[in-house]
Design a protein around this ligand. Structure first.
Ligand code: BJW
Ligand code: ZN
Length: 246
């Protein structure tokens, strides 16, 4: 994979770089994506499972799905893409991760400035009084309930729900001031998250896409690299380091 010299030049002049990530960055850790050829939602439409009405109709089914994913996530390890992004902190003044993922793998890889747009699978809250329950939940009597009687749900963002304001605004600010904005492993079809790429572009950032296939954003990215994030990101960093050191 040949990395464009102009991208390395742009990185040399950069203070703020942002990685906007989606499920594809975790696929090399063994976590299935939602869409695309290996997506877990090829059979089940995401809009039908990841929404509050589905949870109210059948909380057992929705919890079964999250508990299944949680098991996989707990066994998974950050991959070369997560690790390279964390290592970027040693080379650039300001490195921000804006992730749509709920899997914690960026944090476990060592990134320390992370905005989580769609929540985090490690947290849960009561749909009634909003009390948080972040400890291991007990499912022996069915779907766990709060002391107030309300059902407990995972703290993730479902369709039709607002994104956590502080996370979205933090991500938006980072997008606005970014010099280079990497879009990694996302189909970029879910809004308002995908809109941050346009915010970055309109604010003058160089947009770089890394994906195994084309997305609606490919046409607005200055640089597109089609392949695995766990191979392309380390190549970009190696190329950058070799040029900086010459
Ligand atoms: C690799 C790779 C490798 C694979 N290397 N690449 C029009 C109609 C109806 C609704 C809307 C509409 N326009 C906007 C909306 C609203 C809706 C929306 O966007 N819908 C569209 C889908 C149509 N958005 C919302 O509802 C949002 N809220 C909102 O708008 O609030 C305002 C509001 C309030 C009240 C009323 C109305 C509006 C909320 C969206 C919440 C999304 N939630 C989920 C679930 C989170 C919890 C969980 O994980 O269970 O978030 S859905 C799911 O999609 C998840 C993801 O974060 C998100 C994005 O998916 P992502 O990350 O892009 O994954 P994939 O699988 O799609 O793509 C993977 C990519 O990786 C692929 O491109 C592969 O090629 C690539 N890849 N291996 C590199 N090794
Ligand atoms: Zn409660």
């Amino acid at each position: 994979m040949q990395i464009d010299n102009n991208l390395i030049e742009a990185l040399k002049d950069s203070e703020s770089i942002v990685f906007f990530t989606g499920a594809g960055i975790s696929s090399e850790s063994g976590i299935a994506t939602f869409r695309g050829k290996d997506g877990i939602w090829n059979k089940l439409r995401p809009e039908e499972l990841a929404n509050f009405n589905a949870f109210m109709r059948n909380p057992e089914m929705v919890w079964e799905w999250y508990n299944h994913r949680k098991k996989i996530i707990h066994k998974a390890q950050p991959n070369a893409a997560h690790r390279t992004i964390a290592e970027m902190q040693n080379h650039f003044k300001d490195v921000t991760v804006i992730t749509q993922n709920i899997d914690n793998l960026h944090r476990r890889a060592g990134s320390n400035k992370i905005y989580e747009l769609h929540g985090n699978i490690e947290r849960n809250f009561c749909i009634n009084c909003k009390k948080f329950y972040n400890e291991e939940l007990d499912f022996s009597d069915g779907v766990p309930k709060c002391e107030c009687g309300g059902l407990i749900r995972p703290d993730v963002v479902w369709f039709g729900e607002f994104l956590p304001e502080d996370q979205f605004l933090g991500g938006e600010r980072a997008a606005m001031k970014s010099d280079v904005f990497f879009v990694v492993g996302t189909s970029a079809v879910v809004y308002p998250a995908a809109g941050l790429v346009y915010v970055a572009k309109q604010s003058g950032a160089t947009v770089v896409e890394i994906n195994i296939e084309e997305t609606p954003l490919s046409s607005i990215a200055q640089y597109s690299y089609f392949g695995k994030a766990g191979e392309i990101l380390p190549t970009i960093l190696e190329e950058y380091k070799s040029i900086i050191n010459t």
